[in-house]
Ligand binder design. Structure first.
Ligand code: ADP
Ligand code: MG
Length: 895
């Protein structure tokens, strides 16, 4: 196989093979932008390596050919004694994984070529600094040596020479440092630092392959739902140097502001520095405006390239560039990560600039991003104690205890505390802590620092570069310049990722502007908006939501059991209730009546129990119908296992035994115990519940339907417009539905005759057992509609309990790649989804126009919604909070 592609051979659509970085380097090369020559080793090669543990032989040969090509083009040789060619070895998977994989710069330097570089650049200091960087990076990432050994040696050297900055070290100090670094390598890796340039290249390549499987790479992929079997590509790229003095430098820029979405370019620049210095956020940076002052020609060229890239990719791009002695080089571009707010604004800006259509704009935003915009913000009226103000790196409002390291963040979060991870700066090792924390605060680094980039990607609130902070991670204390107090892990702070403010103590939170929009409409939200950014944001959200509503085929309903929930759902755009559970109507104080019903030994007792329940249920339905006036409302008849209405077997046994001992036994308790014992089930979720309960418990189904019917009549009398749809749960065979349906219709008829109102409500069923899906053509004969209960259907198709997912093997299965993601979160398209397709096809073969929907968690899950759209459902029903997300995703599914 062809394992190696020159940059001039690929293009941006080859991300699977070349990784994102490689594909985009190829694209820029194709566009004739100034990209240093190089080549990409494919993800195929990585997968072959991971499968066999060895580098394929063809790869070595192909690397030689590609390398010779680059050498010929430049007239220099890798690691030669004179004017050596140096390269970087850079990882790059299909999906960008910031900071996950390793990059090694300055490959090709050794004891000889360092002198050649010094001569060629006429800069001895630069050459030795590059060499010590190579050993440091190589030692850390390729040989797995703890980076502290190198940074400690560097710090010690600076102390010894009485300087504070790296670049102040003179040549002889750097030469000493190189020797010390080599000794560190020897001591900790047990080998000499490799002097052979090609070995350096091969070892680094292998290290990139291996880094695909590090723990932090796994964590990141799990979180971002990136499959574990893609592998990474490796890019070998001619080195260009931003650290060749004052006319050199390196930077990162964006074609629009990735944090707010404001138009206008945006970036950070560091003079006399190499790439890693910016990304690591170790020094504070200059802006692009500063670059314009320093080097107008390079700045102008960069601006024109930025515009070109944005037009070419038709999206916000981010760019890494380096200027070597006044010559601009492009090192990376990609469609840039952005905050949720920026995503909505940029999408509509591009529509207005006629670069994309509204349909395309919809694909540029996601339900997940909308969710982030719905999160609350700090209340302007809440009292607050401002500690400091720094860079607003990733929006949101987070409040929590200070956590000084990963372990602390993870363990406290597990205990249920909200924590803010506070670090001087973060690096990829901090990922677990960042995942666990509610927000991240760093003392150093700009908007393109590791903390900022990763937090934005995760939608996590982040404030960075708060220089007033003195973080002592070892001592677990935090001081703030100009303040007395010493904060510890017992103190609460609040960070505002939108303004960059850091507060001491708790701060109250309020609705976000987008939430205000969803609750109260565009006009109100515009009125409430404090600034132009906010107005543009809510306008963008409104435009995209309206477009989604216009194009989507799926109707969006909500799962709501109470009038409050139903109201919330309607405000967020729900077109009906897809699931109104009735079990809560039997809980609390009413449980007693249900117990009476279960225990009834005569018809008279049973009727008394039913009579007591009827007005209560009817009252509930009247309220729901009032709220849902004119909109459909699917009422699911009682579903949970019988035992949920009875006392716990063990507790009651103990009570009875104790009471008997004391001679205080209540005969009623004894009787109850007998019933509880008799109805005890080993697997209640697979037991007497749903339609089985309705068919075996006399009077229950009649009670519920009567309550629905009489409530509807009341509303009709009052001029209301109730639309109940009666739904029978846990159907396995058409016969069950037939029997249940007869009884439902009997009651409807009775109430209809008594009241004089026609009550021809649809009667349908849930499809949540494989048998129902497989026999759907028959079941449909008795059903007016189907609602797929994908939670139970997942449980019954896979045969494992959904109540035990958290604690059981599912986590392990995800780690081992048996599940990509929990099938309770995103529908398992092949298996459970196959059941849904069977159900849809079967049902429609009997009744082509039959209404079908889904209720359950999957109804609000973006990926699942796309599947439900494809399989031909008519609606999804989800929790009220997720209704807007479902509307947007249903729109996205349709374009
Ligand atoms: P990441 O994916 O973390 O951005 P990169 O491979 O882009 O990793 O490299 C890290 C840093 O090294 C970047 O700042 C990049 O610009 C710089 N860099 C990579 N290759 C070269 C090169 N050939 N010449 C100069 N700088 C480079
Ligand atoms: Mg990069």
């Amino acid at each position: 196989p062809k394992y190696v592609y020159r940059f001039s051979e690929g293009d941006k659509d080859q991300k699977d093979l070349l990784g994102g970085k490689g594909a985009n380097l190829a694209e820029m090369t194709r566009l004739d932008l100034p990209v240093p020559p190089g080549f990409t080793i494919t993800t195929d090669a990585c997968r072959a390596y991971l499968a066999s543990g060895e580098v394929p032989e063809e790869l070595s040969v192909q690397v030689t050919t590609a390398l010779r090509g680059v050498e010929e083009e430049l007239g220099r040789e890798l690691g030669a004694a004179e004017d050596p060619l140096l390269v970087s070895v850079r990882s790059g998977a299909k999906f960008s994984m910031p900071g996950m994989m390793e990059t090694v710069l300055n490959i090709g330097l050794n004891d000889v070529s360092v002198k050649g570089l010094a001569a060629a650049s006429s800069d001895e200091r630069f050459a030795w600094d590059s060499y010590r960087r190579l050993i440091q990076m190589f030692g850390k990432t390729v040989l797995d040596i703890d980076g502290d050994h190198f940074s400690d040696a560097l710090d010690a050297k600076k102390d010894a020479r009485g300087v504070s900055m790296d670049y102040e070290l003179p040549v002889d100090a750097l030469q000493e440092l190189v020797e010390e670094y080599k000794a560190i390598v020897k001591e900790h890796a047990g080998i000499d630092f490799p002097q052979d340039p090609r070995s350096q290249l091969d070892m680094a390549t292998e290290a990139v392959f291996r880094s695909w499987n590090t723990e932090r790479a796994h964590i990141y992929r799990r979180r971002e739902k990136i499959p574990h079997d893609l592998g990474t590509a490796v890019n070998v790229c001619t080195m260009v140097f931003g650290n060749m003095g004052e006319t050199s430098g390196t930077g990162v820029c964006f074609t629009r502001d990735p944090s707010t979405g404001r138009t206008g370019v945006y970036g950070d620049y560091l003079v006399n520095a190499q790439g890693e210095d910016v990304v690591a956020g170790i020094r504070n940076t200059l802006s692009l405006a500063d670059l314009e002052r320093l080097d107008k020609a390079s700045y102008d060229e960069l601006r024109s390239i930025m515009r070109r890239l944005e037009t070419h990719y038709r999206d916000l791009c981010d760019i890494e560039f380096t200027i070597e002695r006044g010559k601009l080089w492009m090192l990376q571009t990609r469609v840039g990560k952005r905050t949720a707010a920026a995503a909505f604004r940029v999408a509509t800006q591009l529509v207005d600039e006629k670069l994309i259509t509204m349909d395309e704009a919809l694909t540029r935003v996601s339900g997940e991003q909308l969710t982030q915009l719905m999160f609350p913000q700090f209340d302007d009226d809440s009292s607050r104690d401002l500690l400091t103000r720094a860079m607003a790196a990733s929006p949101g409002a987070a409040v929590g205890y200070i956590a000084f390291d990963n372990d602390e963040a993870v363990s406290r979060a597990e205990k249920g505390d909200s924590v803010i991870l506070v670090r001087r700066e973060t690096n990829p090792d901090d990922l677990p802590g960042m995942v666990a924390a509610a927000g991240v605060l760093t003392a150093r680094g700009g908007k393109t620092s590791h903390a900022a980039v990763v937090a934005r990607g995760m939608g996590k609130t982040c404030v960075c570069g708060a220089e007033a902070l003195e973080v002592d991670s070892a001592g677990k204390t935090l001081r703030i310049a100009g303040r007395e107090e010493v904060l510890t892990s017992e103190d609460i702070i609040a960070i505002d990722g939108t303004t960059g403010e850091v507060f001491l103590g708790e701060v109250g939170v309020v609705d976000s502007p987008v939430m205000t929009y969803l609750r109260r409409g565009l006009d109100e939200a515009l009125k409430a908006a404090g600034d132009e950014d906010t107005r543009e944001l809510v306008t963008a959200v409104d435009r995209l939501m309206r477009h989604a509503d216009a194009v989507r085929r799926l109707e969006v309903r909500a799962n709501a059991d109470t009038p409050d929930d139903a109201r919330h759902a309607i405000h967020r755009g729900a077109q009906g209730v897809g699931l109104c559970r009735t079990e809560h109507m039997f809980l609390g104080e009413r449980k007693q009546f249900v117990q009476n019903l279960i225990l009834a030994s005569s018809d008279a007792e049973r009727e008394a129990a039913l009579a007591a329940l009827l007005p209560l249920q009817k009252g509930d339905f009247i309220q729901m119908f009032e709220t849902m006036n004119g909109k459909p409302m699917t009422v699911r008849l009682i579903d949970p296992p019988l035992h949920e209405f009875l006392p716990d077997l063990t507790e009651l046994s103990v009570k009875v035994a104790v009471d008997r001992e004391r001679g205080e036994l209540d005969p009623a308790d004894e009787e109850l115990l007998a019933v509880v014992r008799k109805s005890h089930e080993a697997n209640p979720m697979l037991g007497l519940r749903g339609v089985r309960l309705l068919l075996t418990m006399p009077g229950l189904i009649e009670l519920q339907v009567r309550a629905i019917a009489e409530a509807a009549v009341e509303r009709l009398k009052a001029g209301g417009d109730p639309h109940p749809e009666i739904m029978i749960p846990l159907i396995g065979s058409v016969r069950e539905l037939q029997l249940a349906r007869e009884r439902v219709e009997h009651v409807l008829q009775e109430v209809s005759q008594a009241s004089g109102y026609a009550l021809d409500f649809p009667v349908g069923c849930m499809i949540e057992l494989p048998r129902a899906a497989v026999t759907a053509a028959h079941v449909a004969e008795e059903a007016d509609f189907f609602s797929f209960g994908t939670n139970d259907l997942t449980q019954t198709t896979w045969g494992f309990s959904r109540d035990d997912v958290e604690s059981s093997f599912v986590g392990r299965y995800i780690d081992d790649g048996i599940f990509g993601i929990s099938p309770f979160e995103t529908i398992d398209v092949d298996g459970v989804g196959g059941m849904v397709s069977l159900g849809v096809e079967g049902g429609r073969s009997t009744k082509p126009k039959m209404k079908m929907g889904v209720c359950g968690e999957h109804g609000g899950d973006p990926e699942s919604i796309i599947f439900f759209h494809r399989v031909g459902l008519d609606y999804v029903s989800c929790s009220p909070f997720r209704v807007p997300v479902a509307r947007l995703e249903a729109g996205r599914a349709a374009v």
